[in-house]
Design a protein around this ligand. Sequence first.
Ligand SMILES: Nc1ncnc2c1ncn2[C@@H]1O[C@H](COP(=O)(O)OP(=O)(O)OP(=O)(O)O)[C@@H](O)[C@H]1O
Ligand SMILES: [Mg+2]
Length: 369
Amino acid sequence: MNVENIRLINFRNYYNVNVNFNKNINIFIGKNAQGKTNLLEAIHMCSVGKSFRTNKDKEIINFEKDEAYIGINIKTNRYDKFVELKLNKEKSKIIRINKIEINNLKELDTGLSVVVFSPDDLKLVKDGPNERRSFLDQSISQIKPVYNYNINRYNKILFQRNNLLKSCRLNRKQVSLLDVFDVQISKIGTSIVLERHRFIDELYKNCKEIHNKLTLNKENLFMKYHSNIPILSTKEEVEKQYFNILKKNINGDIENGTTQLGPHRDDILFYINGKEVKTYGSQGQQRTLVLTLKLSEVDLIKNEISTYPVVLLDDVFSELDDERRKYLTKYFNEMQVFITATDAVDIGTIENYNKSIYFIENGKIYKRS
Ligand SMILES: Nc1ncnc2c1ncn2[C@@H]1O[C@H](COP(=O)(O)OP(=O)(O)OP(=O)(O)O)[C@@H](O)[C@H]1O
Ligand SMILES: [Mg+2]
């Protein structure tokens, strides 16, 4: 799978660019604040329909303009796709695939899978559960577009339920109205919980292997999905139990004006040699775990769709030590990679690869001849 080219109009600091990419390795060099991450953001947006940096499309449109456009051509050995996004400050965005407009997120299957590595990924280990849930949600959506649709629906219904909980505080009679939401929430929530559980099982198997290699068998990784909805043997049982949990907690929920249990409160726990990484892991152990997770995500996507995703390395390649870099570049043979850096990249490990080098300066991209 590879992105053949990109066209950007009024996208952040890019007014009008058109660039063709190398099928294998693309290196972008530029000083701070020139547009490196913006370019990767645009590519990623064509995969999932939204930014990895913000939920507000408005922020993406150039400060001085009202509309922005991204267009990319994707090629795999099975299909070619032309994905277009049109953003407008006043209206919701339009997504077109091969010129056909997508009206429903459920139908959003852009045919482009992307995995981003960025310095922010450390948050995945260090910060609160929010970061880990978005990692889960983004990763699973790449494999199952319907999951993304379920997450959006879950959040919508949760929002409505929480509003109703607040009005129940003033008028207890409204409690009976919660039933409608609880039936829907336990149904959609169950599919989310089960899907995440399955994903983490697979992820763990794969991560264990990668982590062993990266640490030369010195560290033993363990991870588990921490859910406040119990995982039972059938979907129906989980759903029933979930519904009962909502009912049991209703007084607490009303008192707090919010739904206290459900997948929006779940987490992933990581342990190295029996100790939780978030609390006891060294900086180096945390970095290695992040690299393990990301590489594993790459593998899972490859297994699922039989082709490697496109990999975006924002400012991380230069930071890796030799061992890690060698391990990472083994993957590069078979995939398209975008690497950004502020200084010339040490290309020792990728010397023999097919690659193009570009310079980014103030929203313009120049290919090195
Ligand atoms: N909506 C927008 N309109 C115009 N410019 C914008 C918009 N949003 C962000 N920018 C500008 O884009 C510039 C480049 O951002 P980007 O994050 O791509 O930099 P970078 O090259 O990755 O830098 P660094 O090396 O510091 O990470 C910034 O100067 C920022 O002000
Ligand atoms: Mg950047």
